[in-house]
Design a protein around this ligand. Sequence first.
Ligand SMILES: NC(=O)c1ccc[n+]([C@@H]2O[C@H](COP(=O)([O-])OP(=O)(O)OC[C@H]3O[C@@H](n4cnc5c(N)ncnc54)[C@H](OP(=O)(O)O)[C@@H]3O)[C@@H](O)[C@H]2O)c1
Length: 263
Amino acid sequence: MDLHLSKKVAVITAASKGLGKAVALQLSKEGATCIICSRNSNSIKATAGEITQQTGNDVIALPCDVTNTDDIAKLKDAILKNYNTVDILFTNAGGPPAGFITDFSLEDYKKAIELNLISAINLIYAFLPVMQKQNYGRIIASTSITVKQPLDNLVLSNVSRTGVVAFIKSIANQYGKYNITANTVAPGYILTDRLKSLIELKAQQENTTYEKALAGFSSEIPLQRIGTPEEFAALVAFLASQQAGYINGQTILIDGGMYPGLF
Ligand SMILES: NC(=O)c1ccc[n+]([C@@H]2O[C@H](COP(=O)([O-])OP(=O)(O)OC[C@H]3O[C@@H](n4cnc5c(N)ncnc54)[C@H](OP(=O)(O)O)[C@@H]3O)[C@@H](O)[C@H]2O)c1
């Protein structure tokens, strides 16, 4: 299926590796011009080079810490100066530390909210006006299964990501009339460095091996396996496509069936 992304400009944050990188690669394969960012300038440049080599399409690396308001302002200025448009925005950031309620201070909650909620709001504020002006936009915010099913050892994630769903729903309601769709994707377990470190942590806590801890994670999932970044990216590419124009204000789980509820 041609997703009609070949003339589109896409911004993908937190994209030097993991989920963001997989999304950038997929959108680039579909022909979009991708602008990718992360904090480490060398890593993001290396990733841009790698993707361009694979797809032959332009991938531009701009260093940006999504928790830094000045960085987002600079990102916005550079993109609008050079491309004059943004059609697709994928908001993403690093994950907050894992842990239980007793592990964290108020400061930890504030940091997690800055990282996972305020960054998404700030990015959307930066690119919404141009989408409104051109009467077209696709906003996809990445969160976590924790927005549907809080996980005991991910309390910072549980708290900081639900606001993203509420904000995306508000954008969907108020900007649909400008032909802008806004949706949330909520991954379960997808095999990236972040997940590998969570598996390692579990192995240490349970005094077992990485392989056994991985099997434990997989056994929680009806499909009995961890998802791949490519599977996640395929969902995002579809939501970014012309064909997904009537999907708006939704939270879409990609979790192998792990979420146990009906809705
Ligand atoms: N993988 C999963 O199973 C899963 C499931 C649910 C939710 N999530 C969430 O999805 C997000 C991405 O996870 P991942 O698995 O792809 O992690 P990852 O493999 O560790 O990659 C994290 C990426 O985020 C960038 N980054 C971190 N902090 C940033 C910041 N402040 N500003 C800009 N870029 C930043 C990193 O690059 P730099 O170091 O260069 O900044 C890197 O490119 C995280 O929030 C994670 O908690 C992941």
